[in-house]
Design a protein around this ligand. Structure first.
Ligand SMILES: [Zn+2]
Length: 91
């Protein structure tokens, strides 16, 4: 089971992307930690990954991956007049 310490940096989500089952060889839709639904092994998949690897424990047994934890991009800089003014006169 994935663990974390900083509860302020991880939040719960009910998004459908966490429900999708993907077979090894399929392109992952998101980088993150994936969990093998056969044995429970968790593996990190980075954003350059083009196809999910087979689970190191299950190898040739039929198995699927499910997204467990996904990283979040920092919020984008706001643009517009309000932000322009805010940058001119920082607090
Ligand atoms: Zn497995």
């Amino acid at each position: 089971m994935a663990r974390y310490k900083d509860t302020k940096s991880v939040k719960n989500s009910t998004h459908a992307k966490f429900d999708q089952l993907l077979k090894p060889g399929k392109k992952p839709n998101f980088p993150g930690i994936y969990k093998c639904q056969q044995c429970g092994l968790e593996d990190v998949i980075n954003k350059e990954c083009e196809s999910l690897p087979p689970c190191a424990k299950c190898q040739k047994k039929p198995h699927e991956w499910k997204l467990l934890v996904v990283p979040e991009e920092p919020p984008k800089q706001q643009t517009g007049f309000k932000n322009f003014i805010a940058n001119l006169f920082p607090k």
